[in-house]
Design a protein around this ligand. Structure first.
Ligand code: ADP
Length: 329
């Protein structure tokens, strides 16, 4: 814990973008100004930090952004930040602007980089979890997940209308290369027949069995939600082909929802979460905490060690699995 007084706080967004990042930026800026500190917006994540793409932000600079998707600070991935030279350059730019603490809004990759940086230069840092994958360890929810799962659910609802009109079976791919949260939540909310996630591979036979069972029970259409990283088939198209060959009664279609899941106006939940995280992050820095992340547990906002946040990706709760079988009876 450094005890040097904090006068200037830098804020950046990094890695994959998520709806609600703007609400988090706004909260960091406004909380900083509220506590009579200067706040600096750093553009394009760690890339902009290395390039010195930095601007003083007033409270007014973040007006009218709480409702906007994306990030006004832009985001980026940075190979240079993975190198000691790149991080040194980043540190020198912070020194140049007199910035003495850094808030990073991003996913676990961004947190990993932040931890390396903070260790190297003994620099005060805080991480704000923002990822549509919701896979950051130690927090029940990350900014962006609620909005993305609502977007996926809306898409599923619309596809359901056409599925039931034509007796079709739809495989709907949602985002999540390593994580099943988005698939599980949007699938449960969208009334999916089955949900396939990377954390649990039940195999093609069981999927076929489940779909045959539901066909026998009189269902005329079905929706299977598949996380991008699911390994039941080579990919969602191969999966669909297998089922089509083995279950002739259905016409099978594939929909990949894709990047619309990253966009759009954030939900109430994400705006409030981002606002609470942003304020908490600034207060944590001013209280001389460092290498911490903000988190949401038991309906409360807390801070906890960054180390814990990057330990291993959070896994979906297995408590939800039996729900799917019960609800598709
Ligand atoms: P996300 O934050 O969405 O998980 P990434 O995994 O792409 O996104 O990480 C964002 C950036 O964080 C990377 O492009 C890189 O600059 C930085 N980063 C990630 N891991 C490390 C690491 N081990 N050391 C240094 N920087 C890292």
């Amino acid at each position: 814990m450094g005890r040097k007084q904090i006068d200037r706080i830098g804020v950046l967004t990094s890695g994959g973008d998520a709806p609600g990042m703007n609400a988090a930026i706004r909260a960091v800026v406004r909380a900083g100004v509220y506590y009579n500190k200067e706040v600096y917006g750093i553009f394009r994540g760690y890339e902009g930090l290395i390039d010195g793409d930095i601007e003083r932000f007033t409270a007014r600079r973040v007006s009218n952004i709480i409702n906007r998707g994306g990030t006004i600070l832009k985001t980026a991935r940075s190979e240079r930040f993975r190198t000691p030279e790149g991080r040194k350059q980043a540190y020198q730019n912070l020194r140049r602007y007199g910035i003495d603490a850094l808030a990073v809004i991003g996913g676990d990759g961004s947190f990993r980089g932040l931890k390396v940086f903070a260790d190297e230069f003994d620099f005060p840092v805080v991480g704000i979890p923002a990822t549509i994958d919701n896979d950051i360890n130690g927090t029940d929810f990350s900014v962006g997940f609620d909005t993305a799962s609502n977007t996926a659910m809306d898409a599923i609802d619309k596809i359901r209308d056409t599925a039931s009109s034509h007796n079709r079976l739809f495989f709907i791919e949602v985002m999540g290369r390593n994580s099943g949260f988005l698939a599980l939540y949007s699938g449960i909310a969208g009334g999916a027949e089955d949900i396939l996630i990377p954390e649990e591979n039940r195999g093609l036979n069981e999927l076929l069995f489940q779909l045959k069972r539901s066909k026998r029970s009189g269902k005329t259409s079905s929706i299977v939600v598949v996380a991008e990283g699911d390994k039941t088939g080579e990919n969602v198209f191969e999966l669909a082909r297998y089922i089509e060959e083995n279950l002739k009664e259905y016409e099978v279609r594939v929909v990949i929802i894709g990047h619309i899941q990253r966009g759009g106006s954030p939900t109430t939940f994400d705006r409030v979460l981002a606002s609470r995280f942003g304020v908490k992050a600034v207060e944590a820095l001013l209280d001389h905490h460092t290498k911490v992340a903000t988190g949401y547990r038991n309906n409360d906002v807390i801070i906890y060690p960054l180390e814990e946040a990057i330990q291993a990706p959070k896994k979906v709760s297995t408590k939800l699995f039996p729900l799917i079988e019960i609800l598709t009876t």
